[in-house]
Design a protein around this ligand. Sequence first.
Ligand code: SF4
Length: 432
Amino acid sequence: MSSTGNLKAVRVYLESFGCSANMADGERMLGCLEAAGAQTVSNPREADVLIYNTCAVKGPTEDRMISLLKSAPKGRKLIVAGCLPLINLERLRREVSFDGVVGPAPTSEIVEAVGRVVKGEKPAILKVKPKPEPDMPVKTLFPVRRIIVAAYGCLGDCSFCCVKFARGRLRSYSPEEILKQVERAVKAGAREIWLTSQDLSCYGLDAGSNLAELLEKVVEVEGDFKVRVGMMNPNHLLPILKRTVEAFAHPKIFKFLHVPVQSGSDKVLRLMNRFYTSQDFETVVAAFRRRLPDITLATDIICGFPGETEEDFQQTINLLEKVRPDIVNLSKFYPRPRTPASRMEKLPTQVVKERSRVLSKLAGDLALERNRKWVGWEGEVIVDEEGWKGNLIGRNYAYKPVAVSEGKLGETVKVKIVAASRYCLKGEILAS
Ligand code: SF4
């Protein structure tokens, strides 16, 4: 990397936002910058160059990014990286005074951008490589967890989505490239591997492979680790459902399933251009639960999509009440620039607000109900992060977060679940 730019003595602060893929991109940027001689710092006020690796998936996220960029410490060079520049460059240029701009997942491009801003140039490197070279240096921010991007982009064309403008069409890494990264991470001490992408269910369809095949290979990697499989849309999962469920049964895969349904109404799903029905979603969930009854189910709902009637909304409620997910990631609909949905007629704000309130209450009740089922359970958790109030958070085999008072990061401890809230379980350490 040092040939791409000598950044000796340049102090760089980098902060990443948004999805796990963007977090992984940020870790790779830090690795590349350090390999080029830069010193990475954890306080923006100590930096010569600030890099904000942005997200702009929703309107409120974009607003938050813009205000953060506006209030960045002055007197330093400012580089905007990540998805925002490709989603709303016009607004960025209008509202923020920045020095450089770089598209998502840069490697040598971020080194070049830093080198140029310190010389007083104003680089705009929006065309980055289709996908980063898999063996680039990485500086991990989580000691126990390693995020590995299996593919960039997706095969979808969802009418509400602006992410595709930033991330493009599917570009998968080969299983061999991914396995090498997993091996390297496990050797370096990772106990949790997050496999991630914009839509993991279509992994490999551009390269003669598929997700089930990848998982079968990943669990063969030697070492004491577990894999958390990222978000999978139902339509690409259906053709590989049986094999993927079997792959999930392996002890090295967390029993954690993230399948976004977005709406319980097939009419709304058509308007969203999602290419599956609510029944398809139910089929996927039923197949996993038949084989793995304790699996944690996470789903996503967009509330108040244009054209969503009271009846459509009721269908979403009915679906959630029937399927009873552990986690519902709820978003109100916000039109995003250049998307077909932004040209559809919006529902009144008050209606969206009220529907969101109802769904949020239901999601909370379901989460609590699902978590309470774990009270009394005894088993192992991997301590993977520091929580608040001095607690540590561990994860059991279903990736349920368990607050524990003792243990070290990376350690496996035996617990008994003594209480449950909407967000977390409380574990008491048992003598091993
Ligand atoms: S699958 Fe749909 S929502 Fe997801 S990134 Fe692709 S276009 Fe966007």
